[in-house]
Design a protein around this ligand. Sequence first.
Ligand code: URA
Length: 247
Amino acid sequence: MDSQLKRALTDRIRYYNELGIYDFYRRQTKLESEVPVPFVNVAGPETIDTAPNNDPFQLLRSIREDIGDCTRCKLHLQGRKQIVFGVGNPNADLMFIGEAPGADEDTQGEPFVGRSGQLLTNMIKAMGLTREDVYIANIIKCRPPGNRAPDRDECETCSPFLMRQIEAIKPKVLVALGAVAAKTLLAVSASMMELRGRWFDFRGTKLAVTYHPAFLLRDPRQKKETWKDLQMVMKELGIPIPAKAEE
Ligand code: URA
């Protein structure tokens, strides 16, 4: 393989990885399959099929393309290494939404891969799922310096892309991790006490709020409460709850 092609393929694979895609399959070529080229209308190549694209994978790809090498807010000047788009199954029933990438996420380009991420991964496993079953994203896609909370203008600039991701994936349930995610999505000012343990309607999708894993690392006693929130979500999604875990 010549070096130019190799570089192009490396770039393309990195790009798919950014979208959370790690498995690749070789599609049959026309010669192998002897079938006509899809998407070209029989009436002639000038009438290429322009049907609306509802494929969540393609929609996510075009959202990522629209974000580009974003300079829309000040975070691009404040040391972010890369945009952390989101990761997981484009057809997920369940989507977790955190606050903002931290240092590990900024380095690896994937949400929730640091210490909080390990805890979130364990929470997902406790639900009988894997990270590959769900979709994980944040309110904002760039790391705020020193892990400060996102500013309002940053949330307002960035969250429309998250809204498009939610519209593309169409999960059955959204889980907001922590107060920043909950308050931004629901546009309310309320305490976690008021927000947890109940369902909200988010543009027609059920939304639950639970503690942010970083908070649970600081106060592990709240893990029990979090597990109650996750069980509420499991019931909604028809995921069986292990008998001894049920309260
Ligand atoms: N905290 C978040 O809210 N999101 C991440 O991706 C990592 C830590």
